[in-house]
Design a protein around this ligand. Structure first.
Ligand code: UGA
Length: 438
């Protein structure tokens, strides 16, 4: 049995690496020649903890990397589609890469007797598998589902910066499809990979597709909920939002995770998926009031940071402000929809002088702001002469900041959006989101 994985982004490359390191024969395919070259020379195209080790192991075992889709279709029993479905200009999901890959699979299917099971792992809105992808493959291949190939939906729940652990131990595997034989074959594959105890759920394709959107929308809702409470807490001296999160998180009906207040959620998934499901709802005449409020609450966080800054610093034109953390979360170099990038854009409009620091995301940020901002070589250098530092991403290195590190700041004003320094009693003017101040 051979497994093909088309699209070697975060999801595809981690899945391929985990499968191969466990001995499954895998062909990982991507149309980007540069990426193929990098991966083949055991280099990661992006920063992701633990992945490099798994990739090295996989390449020494049974992982073959290729740009030849024909090879995948001719040889593989399962073909997982893990290509990106990014945000289009309108904010809605862009299916062009998925459509292109599906069409190419169809063309390759014409010349083979192999009947692969095609598994859609990319995030897609309900009905995409049956109404968009299936007809495309049927048309390009001249073959029918059930005869020349089968198609299933299998959404992914892994988190960037945690991809290996999440791929090794998913909380759930959702399989969408009504063709029993192929559903059972995919179940068997997952049981072989994860053992007989893995939690598997089978449903139709559109429900599986919706589970993914409901999941990400709920996570975004939890974050906006705690952020809203956090803003309220700030007006009440002595209240700490983290204690509130602990208190309510113990209730098993609520749960502690995704209750960390901060500058708002970012990344390539939550903002995009929320916007897509809002637009999708509207197409069906449904008014997603709650989800819109979740978005608006998320946007408020940046506005509040600016408010806090201006309240303490006055007019920020020509003021030197340092932003710590550019990636949308710690242990990642990804700046897509990062709140830090949004914050810097607003600060630049207000003509502030910006210096930035991030352990992994500086290279990705340079093409956006070019020479409009200063890219500090070290954390300490980034604080030199600045009049305010804003901690945006909770990298471990920032949690270690101590009094002496702030000594060269022109004004020792610290705005900590994640409260990582809140228990340190620093000798600075300290403000944090979610901490009630007098
Ligand atoms: C998210 C989901 O968590 C995954 O389950 C899903 O598979 C993935 O999207 C996807 O659709 O591919 P990810 O975007 O990697 O994963 O990042 P998260 O860990 O969800 O964090 C998203 C944002 O929320 C970050 O900016 C993070 O800082 C913020 N966040 C998260 C908070 O502000 N507070 C929290 O308590 C948790």
């Amino acid at each position: 049995m051979k497994i093909g994985i088309i699209g070697l982004g975060v999801v595809g490359l981690s899945f391929a690496s985990v499968l191969s390191s466990k001995g499954f024969p895998v062909i990982g395919m991507d149309s980007d020649g540069k990426k193929i070259e990098q991966i083949n020379s055991k280099k990661l195209p992006f920063f992701e903890p633990k992945l490099k080790l798994f990739l090295k192991n996989a390449l020494s075992k049974s992982l073959e990397i290729s740009s030849d889709i024909d090879k995948v279709v001719r040889n593989c029993d399962f073909i997982f589609l893990t290509v990106g479905t990014p945000k289009s200009k309108s904010g809605y999901i862009d299916l062009s890469m998925l459509k292109k890959a599906s069409k190419n699979i169809g063309i390759s299917l014409r010349h083979t007797t192999k009947k692969p099971i095609i598994v859609i792992k990319s995030t897609v809105v309900p009905n995409t598998t049956t109404k968009v992808i299936k007809p495309l493959i049927e048309k390009a291949s001249g073959k029918k589902t059930g005869k020349g190939f089968d198609i299933l939906t299998n959404p992914e729940f892994l988190r960037e910066s945690n991809v290996i652990d999440d791929t090794l131990k998913p909380h759930l595997v959702v399989i969408g499809g009504i063709e029993k034989n192929s559903v059972n074959k995919l179940k068997k594959l997952y049981r072989k990979l994860y053992g007989p105890r893995i939690k598997l759920m089978t449903t139709n394709t559109q429900t599986a597709e919706m589970i993914k959107y409901a999941n990400n929308s709920f996570l975004a809702t939890k974050i906006s909920f705690i952020n809203q409470i956090s803003l309220l807490c700030q007006s009440i001296p002595g209240i700490n939002i983290d204690d509130i999160a602990e208190g309510i998180g113990v209730d098993p009906r609520i749960g502690r995770s995704f209750l960390n207040a901060g500058p708002g959620y970012g990344g390539s998934c939550l903002p995009k998926d929320l916007e897509t499901i809002i637009q999708f709802s509207s197409k069906f005449g449904s008014n997603p009031l709650l989800l819109r409020a979740v978005q608006q609450t998320n946007d408020l966080q940046i506005k509040y940071i600016i408010h806090l800054l201006e309240k303490n610093l006055g007019n920020i034109t020509n003021k030197h402000i340092t932003v710590l953390g550019l990636s949308f979360k710690e242990n990642s170099g990804d700046i897509r929809e990062s709140r830090s990038i949004e914050l810097i854009k607003i600060l630049l409009k207000k003509k502030a002088k910006i210096t930035v620091h991030d352990p992994k995301a500086m290279k990705n940020t340079e093409p956006i702001f070019k020479n409009q901002i200063v890219y500090a070589n070290t954390l300490l250098q980034s604080l030199d002469n600045c009049q305010c530092v804003i901690i945006m991403t909770p990298w471990k290195i920032y949690t270690k900041l101590k009094n002496s590190d702030f000594k060269n700041m022109k004004r020792k004003l610290v705005i900590d959006t994640r409260r990582i320094l809140s228990r340190k009693n620093l000798n600075v003017e300290y403000f944090a989101l979610g901490l009630g101040t007098n």
